[in-house]
Design a protein. Sequence first.
Length: 252
Amino acid sequence: MTAVGVLALQGSFNEHMAALRRIGVKGVEIRKAEQLQAVDALIIPGGESTTMAKLAHYHNLFPALREFVRTGKPVWGTCAGLIFLANEAIGQKSGGQELIGGLDCIVNRNFFGSQLQSFETELSVPKLAEEEGGPNGFRGVFIRAPAILEVGHDVEILADCPVPLETKKSMSVDNGQEEEIVSRERVIVAVRQGNLLGTAFHPELTSDLRWHSLFLKMKKDSSDRCLQRVPTSGTDLEDSLGKRPFDLPIYE
Ligand SMILES: NC(=O)CC[C@H](N)C(=O)O
């Protein structure tokens, strides 16, 4: 049995479920710790990480989520999910927030500014193109997005992007940002470390399924077993890539 869990407490879990359907993989919405036992991989969607953390705490999910990461099963965090997976987050609301951890990086929670400063940009993704085919570019949808400021030795950088002028203008030492952060020209926005994947943007909001496909190929450490796609008629990745405009956003 192969199934991919999508943490469904809050945020863009429906969009990830839809992307999994399009790729022909069974998605399971996860709201309780015991449901994690039935899945081989987990996606933690974007949303609002403080709220998500409160809900995860309320439902006593943290121990099971940490155990899931610890056992080496593939876990992918997008946006708020990336923050959740990081070992350290800065720019948290007062009182802080609980993280799952495991991904050896420091994220800045709202690096690119407020909701109004959300943006789309063409990212250069040579590694993704090498492994999944398709163009070297990927439409990055950044919604009140975090950025990765530092990574550990075992972390592979899959994409970075220039800091938009808008972000630069609104960032200042006066606003409490450190000088080193304010002066950055580029920041990291996609990483991989063993079976953990993190993206600061939202691939589930585009019709380009390559990040989902890449994630599905990540092996479980202990069994070296690849997740296999369950074929469903007309939804295979190759079909999707062949028939659909490659990078148009989907808002379904
Ligand atoms: N689109 C998103 O997931 C935004 C995440 C947001 N910056 C947070 O703190 O949770």
